[in-house]
Design a binder for this molecule. Structure first.
Ligand code: NI
Ligand code: MN
Length: 223
């Protein structure tokens, strides 16, 4: 059984009986922290970029679990210098892992680390394809991602201000054509306050694609 837990902001944990992947573990300074970083058990940590609300607790979580950080080369290199196992990739690259594969996607956003580039991830996890967009603006080549991959679940930022907002995220869904959508990166601070119910209604009414709004700490089964 494959499950997805939302740990707040842009942090998700994708797991089955044997393997667990954590995305962008920002826990310590999260005003709605639902789990202490010391309690997170995982095999892989995926980091989309170097901003503090994404790199967050990645290094300590990777070290305590002897987990592998998968990220662009600049982030992976920094994690390696701090003692983490790591696998460096870069934009457009795809690599097989024991759970399936990771494709590093474009993300239009700051790198948060010198010389780097923000990214997103398409993760094939034992037959389920998850697109974690990271922090990004809307961009037209999301249509290419929807053509290259049959996305089961798209995890998209809707907070606005730092990333695409809810209206642009509806456009993103229309380009990506995923089977299901989960909004993220909103309501952590007042500047990214959004009502996810409005996003859900717009996507479901206009595109007929179901949106699941997850509360921090909630776990769902990916069918
Ligand atoms: Ni960012
Ligand atoms: Mn962010």
């Amino acid at each position: 059984m494959t499950t997805l837990s939302f740990l707040g902001h842009a942090c998700f944990q994708l797991s089955n009986e044997t393997t667990s992947i954590v995305f962008d573990p920002f826990l310590t300074d999260n005003p709605f922290q639902v789990v202490k970083p010391e309690a997170v058990k995982c095999n892989y940590v995926l980091v989309s970029h170097g901003h503090a609300d994404h790199l967050g607790d990645a290094i300590s979580i990777a070290k305590q679990n002897d987990a592998t950080v998968i990220a662009t080369a600049e982030i992976a290199g920094e994690c390696g210098r701090q003692g983490c196992k790591n696998h460096a990739m870069h934009l457009g690259g795809k690599h097989a892992f024991d759970f399936g594969y990771v494709r590093i996607t474009l993300a239009f956003h700051g790198a948060g680390i010198p010389g780097g580039h923000a990214c997103g991830f398409i993760v094939k996890f034992f037959g389920t394809t998850v697109y974690f967009a990271g922090d990004t603006a809307l961009f037209g080549d999301m249509a290419l991602l929807g053509k290259l991959e049959s996305i089961d679940w798209a995890l998209l930022p809707i907070g606005d201000n730092y990333t695409m907002g809810p209206d642009d995220a509806v456009e993103a869904v229309s380009l990506l054509k995923p089977k299901q959508v989960i909004p993220m990166h909103y309501n952590t601070w007042p500047v990214i306050a959004q009502n996810p119910e409005i996003f859900k209604q717009n996507v479901e009414n206009r595109l007929h694609i179901p949106v699941t709004i997850m509360q921090p700490g909630e776990t769902i089964t990916l069918g």
